[in-house]
Design a protein around this ligand. Sequence first.
Ligand code: 1GP
Length: 229
Amino acid sequence: MYDIKKWQHVFKLDPAKSISDEDLDRICMSDTDAIVIGGTDNVTEDNVISLMMRVRRYPLPLVLEISNLESIIPGFDFYFVPMVLNSPDVQYHNGLLLEALKDYGHMMDFDEIMFQGYIVLNPDSKVAQKTKAKTDLNEEDIEAYALMTDKVYQFPIMYIEYSGTFGNMDLVRTAKQNTEQAHVFYGGGIQSLSDAKAAAQEADTIVVGNLVYTDIKQALKTVKIKELS
Ligand code: 1GP
C-alpha cells in the first residue's frame, strides 16, 4: 500500500476542467508522488470516471477528494474526506458524511478513507464561499485547529487550503509545528518553482492545482522540489 507520509508533491486535477492527453501524460510521467482528483463545482460521476480511467493507465497513487455524494465511485487507492473545520455549516463537518455512511457505510474500506482537518483560508475561493468558512484566522486559531485535527479527532491529514492564492506561510509553519501524527498538506496559488519551494519548506506535501491548466511548463517545474530536499 502507498504511504502518504512519503509524498512531497501532488497534482490536483479538476474533473470539471479539460486537459489534453499530452498534458496529462506529462503530469503523470513527472516525478510527482500522486494524483488527486477533486474540485468544487460541476464534479459529476461521469467526469470523475472519465478522468480516473485516463489517469489509471499510469503507475501512480490515485486519490479522490470527495466533493459530493454523487461522484463517489470505486477504484481509487484513497478517498480523502475534507472536514472543513472552520466552516460554521455542520454539513461540511458531518452532514455529508452522515449521508455517505447511510448509503455506503456497509461497503466502505476504512483503510482507504482518510479524513482531513481542512482549513479554508482564501475568502475569495469557491470553496470558502460554498462552505461559508471563517477565513480571517490568526496563528492562535491555526494552532488550535492543528490540535483539533491531530489530537482531538486524530485525523491523518491537516490541509491548509488557499485555493487560488498563495497563502501565509507563517500559518502553514504553525500548522506543522503543532501536529505530531497528522501530515500537513498545503495547497493554493503555487505558480512557480520558487512558490513550490517556499511551501515545501513548511508543509509535508504541496498541492499544485490550477497551474496545470494555466501554465503546464511551470507546473511541471514545481516537481523539482523533490530533487532539492
Ligand atoms: C486546490 O489546494 C488546491 O484545492 C490547489 O490550489 O488550484 O490554487 O493550485 P490551486
